[in-house]
Write a protein that binds this ligand. Structure first.
Ligand code: BG6
Length: 517
């Protein structure tokens, strides 16, 4: 009997045909801002380069400053040269795309401007073929999110039957539970929930999406993925950079709001969730929300013991000087904003009861990396105790989200010529495993919003549950009313209290290879 190729190879879980993006006009609010330059336009350019945009496509940039279409295109072209993650920029692709980019001058809080925008949308040369298919991208300061949505609705541009009017909302989505609920209500009064796409760019990262494949497309890990075999889980998003000119925003936000509420919780819920009923958006998002719901609102006592915050002092990282956080531009000289947070969370459900999840993130740290470490229980040492090896190391799975995207498994192996075991590593590296182009997060997210696929966007209840937890931490801090925060040295891995958080359970943070050397 001969075995055909299709007998021996599993078919992909999801069709690998490129998505068909419908004809659309994308309107970017905040079109002269940093995000448009750094991320949104480079992402559209790469979609065009990879033939993922339809022939009938146009972009309108909405902003306050007076500017002609040509000046706007020129600015975007220069930004693209600087920020494109592939170089050199393909001039022919950019020129073709730029010919369909227009500028619209308007004030975000002026309802009349949106009415004129509605007129302009009808009169674009591309409009007859595109029809009323619009993607509105709110890349503005967050205090305009609600206003923009309401003004779009008043100008007849919100969701309506027979049209595709979609809304992308950038982060931060609110600054606490109350403001997020309010923003949800405002947006939902103008757009249907299925048309609202709340960005968390971590979900656009290939390696984050791979968490679902890794867990549910393999038979060997899932049976171990629970309290019987897993000792604890570590999730780290470490950044070497300081706040780099974003002091005004950051001093109000801090690490809990800037990173924990969104990016870390996304990694956390994808790691801990139950298998979804299917791969559709609602099934996956239902499971993620259930994880957050399974964390009872922690008491102040619990949080005091299990959450560590700190702020960076100045110093050098890789030869580059970084001022102390309080000396950063637009940061209060007596700021109590945390630039580092580590927290131990516990999920009160059948699978995870008693398994600590340690989450940490910080700026100005020793290395730039994001990874998830699944640390298994120690194997019984009875057999090896006689030879003195009575503390066999724990197996662990290291899921590297970035950089060196990949996954490694650590296991005990015999040291040649010795009666000893040592931890060795079996490694998968994305770069060598796949020759494919690795898209930037924003490319994937834009395509998904254009085709109306919500899986990689945060649902309203998910955002609210995440804020519930972050609020409880911040409330505890307010009650503490401290005069100062612990400082950590720039270029370290955070304050000693973060190490102590694990040490009291006989554990330690796993150091990535980059800083083991
Ligand atoms: C952003 C935060 O959402 O994510 C930044 O506001 C942070 O403070 C950034 O630097 C990290 O994203 P990435 O993709 O570089 O890990």
């Amino acid at each position: 009997m001969s075995i055909s190729h299709s007998d021996s190879v599993c078919p992909p879980m999801i069709s690998s045909a490129p998505p068909r993006v419908p004809p659309t006009v994308a309107v970017i609010f905040g079109a002269t801002g940093d995000l448009t330059h750094r991320k949104i336009i480079p992402a559209f350019y790469h979609l065009a380069k990879n033939n993922l945009l339809p022939e009938d496509f146009a972009i309108i940039g909405f902003a306050r400053r007076p500017k002609s279409d040509d000046e706007f295109r020129q600015d975007l072209g220069e930004a693209l040269q600087k920020f494109s993650h592939t170089q050199p920029v393909d001039d022919a692709v950019w020129k073709k795309l730029a010919a369909h980019i227009y500028y619209f001058q308007g004030e975000l809080d002026d309802p009349e401007a949106y009415k004129s925008l509605a007129e302009k949308l009808k009169k674009l040369p591309e409009s007859p073929k595109i029809g009323e298919n619009y993607l509105f991208y709110l890349a503005t300061s967050p205090n305009f999110f609600g206003t923009c949505a309401q003004n779009l609705a008043a100008a007849g541009l919100a969701s309506k039957p027979g049209t595709r009017h979609r809304l992308i909302v950038e982060k931060p989505f609110g600054e606490d539970l109350k403001s997020a609920e309010e923003l949800n209500r405002t947006l939902q009064s103008a757009f249907a929930e299925k048309d609202i796409f709340r960005i968390d760019h971590y979900l656009g990262k290939e390696t984050v999406q791979n968490l679902i494949y890794f867990r549910f497309a393999n038979a060997i890990y899932e049976p171990l993925w629970n309290r019987r075999y897993i000792d604890h889980v570590q999730i780290t998003v470490a950044e070497q950079v300081g706040v780099e000119g974003r002091g005004g925003y950051y001093d109000h936000a801090g690490a809990a709001r800037d990173m924990l509420q969104n990016h870390l919780f996304q990694l956390f819920t994808l790691t801990a969730m139950e298998p979804p009923a299917s791969l559709d958006a609602e099934s996956i998002r239902d499971e993620k929300v259930k994880v957050l719901r399974s964390i009872p609102t922690p008491s102040s006592d619990f949080l005091q013991k299990n959450v560590v915050r700190a702020q960076y002092g100045g110093g050098y990282i890789g030869g580059k000087g970084i001022p102390a956080y309080r000396q950063e531009e637009k940061v209060a000289h007596d700021s109590l904003t945390e630039t580092f947070i580590a927290a131990q969370l516990e999920i009160d459900n059948w699978r995870w009861s008693g398994v600590p999840f340690y989450l940490r993130t910080g700026k100005a740290l020793a290395a730039q990396f994001t990874e998830i470490n699944i640390v298994f229980k120690r194997p019984p040492s009875v057999l090896f105790a006689a030879s003195g090896d009575d503390r066999l190391r724990r197996n662990s799975l290291r899921i590297r989200i970035q950089p060196n995207e990949g996954i490694s498994i650590n296991f005990n192996a015999k040291v040649p010529s010795k009666a000893e075991a040592e931890l060795v590593e079996m490694d998968f590296l994305y770069k060598s495993g796949f020759a494919h182009y690795l898209p930037e997060a924003y490319e994937r997210l834009l395509v998904d919003a254009l085709i109306g696929e919500s899986t990689l966007f945060t649902r309203s209840d998910e955002v609210e549950q995440a804020w519930r937890l972050v609020d409880s931490i911040r409330d505890m801090w307010t009650k503490q009313s401290v005069r100062d925060l612990p400082l950590y040295a720039c270029g370290s891995m955070g304050p000693v209290e973060s190490d102590m958080l694990l040490e009291r359970g006989g554990r330690h943070w796993i150091r990535p290879k980059e800083i083991c050397k």
